[in-house]
Design a protein around this ligand. Structure first.
Ligand code: ZN
Length: 245
């Protein structure tokens, strides 16, 4: 897969803490760290994904998360964390886990990788209440509207787009990207999920190139320019220079 990414000129990728099968734990975060320690092109984010937060979490879990991030130099962010109100998980439980993990990111001076679905105004409110993060973060797989996007930009966050640039692109998604400063955009694929549509190519981080092509087309600029600026955005947000990537 890494060879496939290199062929598509995707030189660096992030593996994140994702949804767990059995409630909140750090299995996928530990796996992300392992992959990042194995391949020089891969770095890790660690976090308790909102899909996994089914009940109030044990305090010890936040300590373990902080330790995992602190003890592994290839952990460059806390994520995915956030709110997903399209799930049946009790919102107040998700909110608590979100707040606690924002504090972990603050303590460790790491950026955050946010998964927010059907909860953008609520998430923005919490981010305001919790106060600015030293290192900012990215709203991954952004699905909010134009006003939400502007609020996120005003708070210093980057906006991540992937899937919405691969499926048949809606006019709203196109307008969102057209109005977004390239200097605040990050490209992603959210791999390895399902392909965006039947018959579309296998979905790996290599598809980031297709996202970049679409963004270039929408913004009326070159693929090289999109690649250069969004790579620089990622480099700055996650502090990638120290890895020589
Ligand atoms: Zn996500």
């Amino acid at each position: 897969m890494i060879a496939e990414c290199k062929a598509a000129q995707v030189g660096c990728m992030l593996v994140v803490g994702g949804p767990e099968l059995r409630g909140a734990n750090l299995s996928s975060s530990r796996a992300a760290v392992k992959v990042a320690n194995t391949y020089r092109e891969v770095l890790a984010n660690v976090g308790l994904h909102p899909w996994s937060v089914l009940q109030p979490l044990d305090e010890a879990l936040y300590h373990q998360l902080a330790e995992l991030a602190h003890n592994n130099s290839r952990v460059v962010g806390v994520g995915e964390i956030g709110l997903d109100f399209s799930r049946e998980t009790p919102p107040e439980v998700q909110v608590e886990a979100f707040r606690r993990q924002l504090r972990v990111a603050k303590e460790l001076k790491l950026p955050v990788n946010l998964h927010i679905r059907k909860a953008t105004p609520e998430a923005i409110q919490i981010l305001k209440e919790e106060g600015p993060l030293d290192r900012g973060g990215v709203m991954h797989g952004f699905t909010g509207n134009q006003e939400d996007a502007q609020e996120c930009l005003d708070m210093g966050f980057c906006i991540g787009v992937g899937r919405i640039m691969l499926a048949p692109v809606t006019p709203e998604a196109e307008a969102l990207v057209r109005n977004m400063p390239l200097s605040r955009l990050l490209l992603e694929t959210d791999s390895a999920g399902l392909p965006p549509q039947e018959g579309s190519p296998r979905f790996t981080p290599a598809a980031t190139r297709m996202v970049a092509e679409k963004v270039a087309q929408i913004k009326g600029t070159s693929l090289d320019e999109v690649a250069r600026v969004t790579s620089e955005n990622a480099r700055q947000l996650f502090g990638l220079d120290r890895f020589g990537i």
